[in-house]
Design a protein around this ligand. Structure first.
Ligand SMILES: [Zn+2]
Length: 334
């Protein structure tokens, strides 16, 4: 399960912090001003997904680096074409002559995403952040950025006069074991549960036989066999995975709209920028941003269950209800 929230007031730098409940892990969308996050929250971050490197989306890089320095953090960062150079320029702004004496293993893995390939560099504090080339032209399908046992992250390349990356994170479905039911059947917990879960995730038919085994007092292995379907019915509860999308800094055009709807399809929550009111659509177009109405329309067309808007233009200070009202009206339209 995860929970997600904006890291700043919607008039301030964009960014969403996603926390995995019951796990020591968080991920972050965008690296604007991070000062509202505590050191404890920042130290849980394992992955950062940057839309683009305009200052309001990237100035927090230094602060994250500062907090992580001297610790055993390992963070993977993802960003648009040019990202490696942006990171190297940031790192290159400081002097690192003493860090090789540090005993910690602070490491940054930087992935620069292009539509058909990706470039990956590793920077280790102990080697004074000298770049190590992990990949230079690795094939990339343009979509699937992270694919782990517990979650996946996908990307869409949007037009903001430069590429701006939108992301969605999706938790894989979770199989919970009902311990009471297990006890009632007189079955022990043990490594067989992992094999059983793998069989379910692998889509095996219900008549597949599952070996439930354990070691008795004399370390002899005993066991019983059950059909997969019987155990599924009695001892598990499946929690569907949550999906969160993060869409920022994109002009409204047909291509962007199609990509946003596809990426954010049936999100539990979509975070989508709404810098301008529809009456200022011309300014939005000129600045390559969305209006509140466009944001609401896109969220509705994607079938998102919930929507949070952000990245408000300062011209509406004191009038944010207008942006919220316009976006919500479009979102809730039949
Ligand atoms: Zn921006």
């Amino acid at each position: 399960m995860f929970s997600a929230q904006l890291i700043n007031n919607p008039f301030d730098d964009p960014g969403v912090y996603v926390e995995f409940r019951y796990k020591r892990r968080s991920i972050l969308f965008d690296l604007g001003n991070l000062h509202h996050l505590s050191a404890r929250e920042l130290l849980k971050i394992s992955h950062v997904f940057v839309s683009h490197t305009h200052m309001d989306h990237f100035i927090g890089f230094d602060y994250l680096l500062r907090i992580c320095l001297g610790r055993d953090q390992h963070i993977s960062l993802f960003g648009p074409p040019g990202f490696i150079k942006n990171v190297e320029n940031k790192i290159g702004a400081y002097t690192w002559n003493l860090v090789e004496n540090y005993t910690n293993t602070f490491t940054l893995d930087i992935t620069e995403l292009h539509e058909k390939h990706k470039r990956i560099r590793r920077y280790r504090c102990q080697s004074a952040f000298k770049p190590e080339v992990l990949a230079d032209a690795e094939d990339f399908d343009g979509t699937l950025v992270v694919d782990r046992n517990d979650f996946t992250v996908k990307v869409a390349f949007l037009d903001h006069k430069i590429p701006s990356l939108a992301y969605s994170i999706e938790e894989k479905k979770h199989i919970n074991i009902k311990k009471n039911a297990l006890g009632e059947m007189g079955l022990p917990v043990g490594p067989w549960l992992g094999e059983f879960k793998d069989k379910i995730l692998g889509g095996n038919p219900d008549d597949t036989l599952i070996e439930v085994w354990w070691k008795d007092k004399n370390k002899r292995i005993s066991g019983k066999t059950f059909p997969l379907g019987t155990l599924k019915k009695k001892i598990i509860r499946i929690t569907p995975g949550k999906k969160i999308s993060y869409i920022t800094d994109a002009v409204y055009n047909e291509d962007n709209a199609r990509k946003i709807i596809e990426l954010a399809r049936v999100s539990d929550i979509i975070f989508i920028e709404s810098p301008f009111l529809e009456k200022d659509a011309e300014i939005a177009l000129k600045k390559y941003h969305l209006t509140a109405k466009q944001a609401g329309d896109l969220a509705r067309m994607a079938g998102a269950k919930d929507m949070t808007i952000f990245h408000f233009s300062p011209k509406y200070k004191g009038r944010k209800d207008l942006l919220l009202g316009e976006a919500m009206k479009a979102f809730n339209q039949d």
